[in-house]
Design a protein around this ligand. Sequence first.
Ligand SMILES: Cc1ncc(COP(=O)(O)O)c(C=O)c1O
Length: 462
Amino acid sequence: MTDAPQANLAPPATEAIEVTPSNHTLSTGQNLMQQCLGKAASAWPVAQGQLMQGATPLSQWLKTQTTPAYVYNLNVISAEVNRVRAVLPAAIRLHYAIKANPHPAILQHLATRVDGFDCASLKEMQQVAAHAPALIAQTSIAGPAKSDAELAFALAHNILINVESQGELLRISGLANQSAQIARIALRINPPFELKGSGMKMGGGARPFGIDSEQIPALINLIQSDAKLKQTIDLEGFHLYVGSQNRDAAALCAGLDASINLIETLYRNTGFIPRHLNLGGGFGVVYHPQDKTQNTALDLDALRATLFNIADRAQAQWLGIHLNLELGRYLVAGAGLYVTRIVDRKISRGKTYLLCDGGMHHHLALSGNLGQVIRRNWPIIAIDYLDKAPVEPVEIAGPLCTPLDVLGQNLPMPQLNVGDVLGVLQSGAYGLSASPNRFLSHPDCPEWIIHEADAHSVITHE
Ligand SMILES: Cc1ncc(COP(=O)(O)O)c(C=O)c1O
């Protein structure tokens, strides 16, 4: 037991998080992999029902290592980039939003596969400078309340700053003036519409993000007329980011259409010719394959016509404009597997508990505590029994003394015992870097990389 306040004061799990029981679909692990990853599932080789690492079952390999751990498979990332590229017109560049997973090996891998990076902090910009320096000029930073240190770093490295308010604009101008630089900026617009069906909304209504669209014309006028701003600010264009985790192609198309309409209206009203337009993204992945309302994958092909149409419209009006999408989880979620070993198995008042060495300190989203209103089960596979149908519903919990440390609830699984290894699919985005790692002072979590060139080699980065 810990004497942390959460241990004694946290309310019962049923009050802390709303629970939807899974519907007991009898999917094998292999079915789950297929449902979540589609074609990219083949990047995770399986033999005789076991997940393989080269010629060795991954579970065998893990016996020589500590669990829990994250394993990132770069083959999956390449496959996802290729799938997205296939529906993008050449004029729309593909950027990676580092916040999804800042691991250096992932940045290095993507450095030759995407056209730019989008950052949300000083450290993320430093990571690009260190691991993908060739793309530093194709990098942007967005986010409210940027520090002077972040703005100064962006200025020094010629990084595009997505400006979130008039106050921030004036601060950038002051810093640029002090260092005799010209700031490359885009105005981040908070549009008058929301992106329907998004897991998280960042646009529409009152927001900390971006500048309300109705304030944009006055700000363009200020930038074009104020002597100090004219000397220090290069307004390249606009940034729109209205929502994340959206698997509804029709909603994404509607959002993209509404975005280009908005920019066209601004152009008609102000005469300002954009040279840059970041259209956002928000492409979602399947996190809850066993939930009937959540198990359909985004139909990428259904986005193609809208993306081509937007590129044509933009290029026809604003010759040479740079367009881009910024995707995070869509490129990396399927590449990540969080592996955790069963340490104990017990029955409590009729329910079977599998108690594991991994938990919410490494994987907050899995526990349902990262932005979800309703906790839904994630795709969890028993990595040595992928061909086995479930035989019993189990409760899966981690090692933390809090009822919030839930990995699975009423989850149908094959017969499992102490020592067996579970793998949480779709863990490549917002996993370790989005979790309270220091909570209860458990050991750091190793991150392993499966490289593309040689699927047999696995390295770690600490
Ligand atoms: C400005 C911005 N860009 C990109 C992303 C990446 O989102 P996702 O990982 O869902 O693609 C986010 C997510 O919060 C964001 O706020």
